[in-house]
Every structure is written in C-alpha cells, then in structure tokens.
Design a protein around this ligand. Structure first.
Ligand code: APR
Ligand code: PHB
Length: 401
C-alpha cells in the first residue's frame, strides 16, 4: 500500500489530521492499536478553546458540537469556600465550548466514515515507523496475524504518550522536560444536574476540586487525591462527601449526587519532548507533550498541533513548498510551552502539595485574590484559557527558521 501520509494513532489528533488532509486531497491511512469501541470508551476532558471549536467547524465536524455543546463565557475560581467569576467574554472577547472529547472523537469517526476517503485500521499491532531519516519512509504493522507495509512520503506520530513514534526519534536527538505532580485527580461522571452552569475550580486546604459537566443531566466532577490511591478505595458516598467539603458552601449545599457511571484516577504530569519533527516523522498531540488537566489544554494542544501540521503537509505535498514543515516544530512548540506554563501555573495555584505549609496556602489564596481584584490578571488568564491565537506571526519564534 502507498499513501502520502501514514498516521499512527486514531485518537483526536490522528483522526483530525486524517480529516484535514483527506479534505485537501492528501492520501492518508490511520493505524490505531485499539478497537473503535475502546477508543470511544475513553472519558477525557471537556473544554474546547474557541479556536478549537472553529477548527472543528472548518473541518466539517462541528454541527453536533454546536447543537449539543455549551458555550461558556466564564468560569469560577474558589478559595476558602468562596467563589468569584472570571468573565472571559469581558476580559478578552472569547468564550469556550464545553463538549466532551469522546464526542469530538465520535464526530470525527462519523465524518471519516461518511467521506470514505480514509482507511482506518483498528487493532493494528506492532506499528513501526521505519526509514524516517530517508526520503522513502514506511510503516509496518500486523493485523490478524498478517504483516503489512505502508510506503509513504511522511509519517505523523499521533499515538499519544505511550506510543511508539516518539521513541523512534533517536534518544540523543530528543530533549525531554518533565514534572510529575505528587497527586492525581479522582474523576466521577454522574447522571445528575450540574451544580453550576459554569465550571468551578476550587482551591481548598483539603485539596483541589473541579465541578464540570457534559450536559444538563450529566455532571463531571474531580477531586485531588494522593498519587498512590486506588479508585477502588473510593466509594461514591466518600467521593460526594469530600467534594462537598471542598466546593464553595452554596454549591456544596445544592450538589445533586447519584451513582457514578464512570470513576477513575488520573496521574498529573507536565511533559514536553522536543523536537516535534525528525526527518519525515512529525509528532502531534500527546505523542509529544502532556499537560495536567487543570488548564484544559490537552485536547486543544492536539488540535493546534494538527492545524499546523496539516497546513505544512498539504503545502509540501500539493505545492512542493517545504516552509510549513520546516517551521512546524518551532511553531507548535511555541504554543505548547505557553500552554505548559499556563497548566503548571493553574496546577500550582489550585492544588495542595504534600509539603505545603500554612504560608504556602496563604500565598495561593492571595494569588487568587489578585485575579479576583485585577482586570489585567483576569485578561491574562482568560486569553490563555480560551486559547491563544494560532497565527501570532513567526517573528516571535525563539528558533530562527
Ligand atoms: N500504534 C498504534 N496506535 C497507538 C499506539 C501504537 N503503538 N500507541 C498508542 N496508540 C493509539 C492509542 O490507542 C490512542 O487511540 O494512539 C491514540 C493516541 O490518542 P490520545 O492518547 O488520545 O492522544 P491525542 O490524539 O494526541 O489526543 C490528546 O487525548 O489523552 C488525551 O488528554 C489528552 O485530551 C488529550 C488528547
Ligand atoms: C472536564 O470537564 O472533564 C474538564 C474540564 C476542565 C478541566 C479539566 C477537565 O480543566
């Protein structure tokens, strides 16, 4: 088989890249390790930057999002059981779209099925990008016991943090940065009415809590837990009791509880692997970087990477112009690092660290007061939370390209 671009990974990054490339007449194939049902069973984040929502609309997969998603013009930050609202629209003229990642993935699958333009191979085993440093890369994999080879012009590594593509870049070429946080998030999905019409991020001396939602009858809540805890040790009642302790008093009182339909613990880390290109292999999304979910940036970074990568690949395949792929890594990393910083800042401000002292708690609460009391501080936060512009010109890039 021969295609223009072989895409490894059928999560949001891989599927959106396949969608954008195929609509431009670029031949692709997606190689996904898991089954479609498994991919669609994952419960992940739920906040889309405005630019991400626009990207999905431009890709022709935004209709259901616009019907079923929720436009939020602000969010609440809370400390010591008292909340204040950050008005995104007032601060920076942008909103966010609350719409689950699972639904984005479902919409991408449906659109790719309807177009029939892209072959998606599920349960592809032992996928291996090869000869990526040559002008004739190829990818091998096994399916139902049969070995396959796909010759291509380029390989897109959209295979997430645990994928194979990042490891294909020689270790002495890769520069990796990591911070592992000493806590995780225990998340619960429940068929209950959300406690608030907008998200509530709560700093509390017992630990962080977040109130979010998927729709008017489906709530998504999180509480910070020690990193070594097992989800089995948390009954639903214990979760609801702890969430009540950490939310602002009026929300705690109004909280509707119910059986969890999904309950899981996710670790938190910040991670970046540079560069995002080696030869004819390009990394996009979690394959290259991971953010703690506090800033709701994971899916949005996957989307911005894919926008840049699709633009560059279409340019080189259709117009033989390599500029877009030459600047891809520097351009994507500039936005990645800004989101990495924002996610680290939100995580540091909102969570209780094991060695935290009363002084540290005070300093966190003062940082939240500074946001509450300063339009400039709210603008700075709102600009990044709702999504920085994709095209800030290239002059700001630290790497001369
Ligand atoms: N071969 C083929 N597919 C693979 C391999 C492999 N060796 N390893 C992983 N995959 C698949 C996974 O099964 C998954 O479906 O690659 C896909 C990667 O998808 P994600 O992990 O969702 O990453 P990405 O598409 O970059 O989306 C980022 O997903 O994990 C969340 O928080 C993250 O919201 C962010 C978003
Ligand atoms: C979610 O709804 O799952 C969600 C929302 C905001 C975050 C993280 C997760 O920062």
């Amino acid at each position: 088989m021969k295609v223009d671009v072989a895409i490894v990974g059928g999560g949001p990054a891989g599927l959106l890249l396949a969608r954008l490339l195929s609509r431009a007449g670029v031949e692709t194939v997606v190689l996904e390790r898991r089954s479609r049902d498994y991919v669609l069973s994952r419960i992940r984040a739920g906040v889309l930057e405005w630019g991400s929502a626009e990207t999905l609309r431009q890709a022709g997969v935004g209709d259901r999002m616009d019907r079923e998603g929720y436009v939020h013009d602000g969010a609440y930050l809370a400390a010591a059981n008292t909340a204040f609202r950050v008005d995104f629209m007032k601060a920076c003229g942008r909103s966010v779209m609350v719409y689950g990642q699972t639904e984005v993935t479902r919409d991408l699958y449906d659109a790719l099925d309807r177009s029939g333009a892209v072959s998606i191979v599920h349960e592809a085993e032992d996928v291996r990008p090869q000869d990526i440093e040559t002008e004739k890369p190829f990818v091998t994999y096994r399916k139902d016991g049969v070995d396959h080879r796909i010759d291509c012009q380029f390989v897109a590594g959209c295979d997430g943090f645990h994928g194979v593509c990042r490891q294909t870049i020689p270790q002495d070429v890769r520069k990796e940065y990591e911070r592992v946080y000493p806590f995780g998030w225990l998340g619960v999905l429940s068929r209950t009415e959300p406690v608030s019409d907008e998200l509530i991020y709560a700093n509390h001396e017992r630990g962080f809590a977040l109130a979010s939602m998927r729709n008017a009858n489906l709530s998504r809540y999180y509480i910070q837990v020690p990193v070594n805890q097992k989800v089995e040790s948390w009954s639903d009642d214990a979760f609801w009791d702890e969430l009540r302790r950490r939310l602002p008093a009026d929300s705690a009182e109004a909280l509707e509880t119910g059986p969890s339909v999904e309950k899981s613990i996710a670790p938190l880390r910040s991670f970046v692997s540079e560069p995002m290109r080696h030869g004819r292999l390009f990394l996009a999304g979690d394959a290259s970087h991971i953010v703690p979910p506090t800033g709701a940036k994971g899916l949005n970074l996957a989307i911005s990477d894919v926008r840049y990568l699709a633009e560059g690949l279409i340019q080189v395949i259709k117009d033989k112009d390599e500029h877009g792929i030459d600047i891809y890594s520097a351009r994507a990393l500039d936005r990645v690092w800004r989101a990495i910083h924002f996610s680290w800042w939100m995580t540091s401000m909102m969570h209780r660290f094991p060695d935290q002292t009363p002084f540290d708690q005070q300093v966190q609460e003062v940082e939240l007061k500074r946001i509450r009391d300063s339009e400039a501080a709210q603008t700075l936060m709102a600009e990044t939370y709702t999504g920085l512009p994709y095209d800030r010109g290239l002059q700001h890039l630290d790497t001369q390209v």
